[in-house]
Design a protein around this ligand. Structure first.
Ligand code: GNR
Ligand code: NI
Length: 167
């Protein structure tokens, strides 16, 4: 296992659309393990392969208090269940230090492959639904700052670039 480097906004590589995984093999399982280790170390409640500059459709999630319920989704597909939306103060390991309110469908169904390559599905609401949608956005090259006004996004970009100059 390995802790991988996380790309930060506005790195253009975060805009890459990830490819579907054709076969869940040992290479994909190793990627899944590295995503989990990197997510737990960060620490974060989710991580998409895009964030570690691997452009394949794999995400890791664990929203449990005890951080002992790892979930891996390969080729995840989201369907909103109903019209209800929920707002949540989102953050992102690729946009460190910024938290802003984002509105998303409140309930979703997710279909994906597990680490054995077997199809499964689950229904999610609350933080789990927020997190899965946030991670699948990464696979599409989307970030939570894309839901904010251009002015807010530009301010965040400027602050991060300035911080990085100093670092
Ligand atoms: O650790 C994370 N916390 C978080 C909080 C609110 C909404 C979404 C998230 S996901 C984030 C980790 C991350 O950047 N995943 O892509
Ligand atoms: Ni993120």
């Amino acid at each position: 296992m390995a802790i991988l480097r996380i790309l930060e906004f506005p790195d253009p590589r975060l805009r890459t659309r990830a490819r579907p995984v054709a076969r869940v093999d040992d290479r994909i399982r190793r990627l899944a393990d590295d995503l989990l280790e990197t997510m737990y170390a960060a620490p974060g409640i989710g991580l998409a392969a895009t964030q570690v500059d691997v452009h394949e459709r794999v995400i890791a999630v664990d929203v449990s208090e005890e951080r002992n319920q790892p979930l891996i989704f390969v080729n995840p597909e989201i369907t909103p269940l109903g019209e209800e939306r929920q707002e949540y103060q989102e953050g992102c390991l690729s946009v460190p230090g910024f938290f802003e309110t984002v509105s998303r469908p409140a309930r979703i169904r997710v279909r994906a492959l597990d680490r054995e390559g077997r199809p499964f599905e689950l229904e999610a609401d609350g933080l789990l639904a927020v997190c899965i949608q946030h991670e699948v956005d990464h696979l599409e090259g989307r970030l939570f700052v894309d839901y904010l006004s251009a002015l807010k996004r530009q301010r965040i970009r400027a602050k991060l670039e300035k911080q990085r100059q100093r670092a």
